[in-house]
Design a protein around this ligand. Structure first.
Ligand SMILES: *Cc1c(COP(=O)(O)O)cnc(C)c1O
Length: 363
């Protein structure tokens, strides 16, 4: 079987795939009302929140755009904390809709410094919101969201979090960390195909929504909330099959126990990093902030990373991700989130070990 180990899309359990083949139901009928209510309540348990959780049809980027256009007005000053490709994308979305974006860019491979965020807010008291990536998938770094939240919420700003590749895999207690808008997407740790973005919205974010003037229609949180509260429906036709899959995946996650799911990702993250180091390969991310859902590995001089990934794919059916943008050719990435256990990691480490000499790497 193929080992799809990119940081999304991730493999789906057979039970989820079976659910995806269920016949269509009326998305304005009683079966779907019950299903959407169940999925929403189960998501709240994993988000660890009493806030509203909205299920939007779209990829993660759609969820990021939705967060921006519902919370902000053109001209609003926002602080973008970017530690990689996805942080830059988030800032781009805000700028596209007319936000006045102040950028705190961190060297790729490193985590954000809460002290710098605190100073930026102090120097720019008119900042309305801080946008931050919890887990930067392009570099394999997890920010210290607790420390960041402390400085952002301590100064009364909105905290908007891209948790697309962490929520459901890495502990993110949304209410405890006072996150105002948190975005995740179905194809990452949730073990279902792409198609849904799931977003939590705090009372403070709803307050901001009242005065937010960025244009929106499809992504309007108010429509989504009202339709859900009144009818247990989405305003638009949702990706029903993905919702079917999610009902099953969420039951599996809750049965395992969410803290067991987080602990499994921690074990798997450690095992991957140790295994890579033992093969003599350098890790890209700052070890103090290494991600438990994706491991970035630096490509040593003399190693042909394209050949490496090709041989892994063709001879061992192991699919890994390359680097993005300026990291292309410089790193490769192993996704280990969602449906993954020790046996999977053992298998891919063995395949990597056998492939390395073919790709010109000498320990
Ligand atoms: C995957 C990912 C995205 C983009 O999500 P899409 O579903 O591809 O639109 C954004 N941010 C992070 C951190 C991601 O991992």
């Amino acid at each position: 079987m193929t080992q799809l180990r990119v940081p999304g899309p991730t493999p789906c359990p057979p039970e989820v795939l079976k659910a995806m083949a269920w016949q269509m139901v009326n998305h304005r009928g009683p079966e779907f009302h019950a299903m959407l209510a169940e999925v929403t309540e189960n998501l709240k348990k994993i988000f660890q929140t009493k806030n509203d959780v909205l299920i939007l049809t779209g990829s993660g980027t759609g969820g990021l755009e939705a967060a921006i256009v519902n919370a902000l007005s053109p001209g609003d000053k926002v602080l973008s904390v970017s530690i990689g490709v996805f942080g830059d994308r988030f800032a781009n979305i805000a700028a596209t809709f007319g936000a006045d974006v102040l950028s705190y860019k961190v060297e790729w491979g490193k985590a954000a410094d809460p002290g710098v965020i605190e100073k930026a807010i102090r120097d720019n008291p008119d900042i309305k919101a801080v946008m931050v990536t919890h887990n930067e998938t392009s570099t394999g770094v997890t920010n210290d969201l607790k420390a960041i939240s402390k400085v952002v919420k301590g100064s009364g700003k909105l905290l908007i979090v891209d948790a697309i590749s962490s929520l459901g895999s890495i502990n993110l207690p949304v209410d405890e960390l006072r996150c105002d808008v948190v975005i995740t997407a179905s194809q990452k740790g949730w073990m279902v195909p792409p198609g849904l973005a799931m977003v939590s919205v705090s009372p403070e974010a709803w307050k901001a929504r009242e005065s937010a003037e960025m244009p929106n229609f499809y992504w309007d949180f108010v429509r989504a909330k009202n339709m859900y509260d009144e009818k247990k429906e989405n305003p638009w036709t949702p990706a029903l099959s993905v919702v079917y899959g999610l009902t099953v995946a969420l039951k599996m996650m809750l049965k395992e126990g969410i803290h067991n799911v987080f602990a499994r990702h921690e074990r798997i993250g450690n095992m991957t990093r140790e295994g890579i180091k033992n093969l003599g390969l350098p890790l890209f991310a700052d070890p103090a902030y290494a991600s438990n859902t994706v491991t970035a590995v630096s490509v040593p001089a003399g190693m042909d990373v394209n050949k490496f990934r090709q041989v892994l794919r063709e001879q061992y059916k192991v699919v890994l991700a390359g680097g993005q943008q300026t990291l292309k050719g410089k790193i490769f990435r192993i996704g280990h989130l969602g449906l993954v256990d020790e046996k999977d990691i053992k298998e891919i480490l063995t395949a990597i070990q056998k492939t390395l000499p073919i790709a010109g790497f000498k320990k």
